[in-house]
Design a protein around this ligand. Sequence first.
Ligand code: SAH
Ligand code: SF4
Length: 375
Amino acid sequence: MSDVVNLLGLDADGLAQRCADWGQKPFRARQLMRWVHQRGEADFDAMSDLAKDFRAVLRQHAVVAAPPVLRDHESADGTRKWLLDVGAGNAVEAVFIPEADRGTLCVSTQAGCAVNCLFCSTGKQGFSRNLDAHEIVGQLWHANRALGAYATVGAARGEAGRVISNVVFMGMGEPLQNYAATLAALRIMLDDNAYGLSKRRVTVSTSGVVPMIDRLREDCPVALAVSLHAPNDALRDELVPLNRKYPLAELMAACRRYLERAPRDFITFEYVMLDGVNDSDAHAEQLLACVRSVPCKFNLIPFNPFPNAGLRRSPPERVRRFAQRLLDAGIVTTVRRTRGDDIDAACGQLAGEVQDRTRLRERDARRTIALVEAR
Ligand code: SAH
Ligand code: SF4
């Protein structure tokens, strides 16, 4: 069965190639793409305008299947979270966040994450594996089906009445450390024969993988969010260990280069607010100096606790004061409202279930204690 391909992971070129291998004309690939992504159809026999012999080939060599759902939670505020089985004891999460003017799906790109940020529950689980493109797109396909989007013509395709209008790569994992699958998934999400999402409404969030920010700029520049979290290298080295490889000056330079091609004229910087760690007036001043050369907006995220995190959320008054300092300097700054925290669906609480192949937990407990005691 190794030559059975999951069509959810093939972008337009990939699907055209497969269809050519099966002796089909390019327009068949487009038809198939529309059935799968715009109609949410998984049954080849229901694809009524495909020739019977082509459907027989598809039955033999292809499937359309999202990762199986292990759990489905709905929060009091309408946030919905699915725990999806990606095999070998690993599970990842996808979260739908309804708002008045949009519906946002937050997708995962890896089971676990190797970056291991100090304040992130996904990172604390260690890295298990990269998701395939079909497992990333499968989250969107499944969410559209579960939310009933395919029942309304066009609603899954970025037209009026769409249920999911925005996708953010802010679930579990570091998308730019799973570049090939992330790129294929992005292309499918933007494709007019698939979801037709606008580049401005798809956001990749990265902890700062500098060479891959440059690749994304060339290959598929969508909106970019960068997880900053600290205004100087010494602190960022502790909070986001990847900073030791790509320090702030290099990261800021990559952000400037990205903006030359980006669909929006600013980078969104995310900054998790950690009590007594990165939230002082002095940190705000340093931060302004750090981002001086990058047109940006800030999204301050009050830290979402998880068991044994060993860190605390900054008090609201501190967050307000920090935000005010950035606003006074002319930077658009929002404080992220916590959504879905009654179902552990808030930022950084996505834990899924990962076969931890490391001994990170013990090591991290020491890292956190050392950091907090040093302050
Ligand atoms: N790996 C990517 C995308 C996933 S994380 C990245 O780090 O950007 C999405 C956002 O949630 C990041 O900004 C991340 O730093 C933030 N986050 C992680 N843990 C958090 C926590 N416990 N509380 C609040 N935000 C958190
Ligand atoms: Fe990975 Fe992002 Fe979590 Fe850091 S914050 S450990 S990069 S998922």
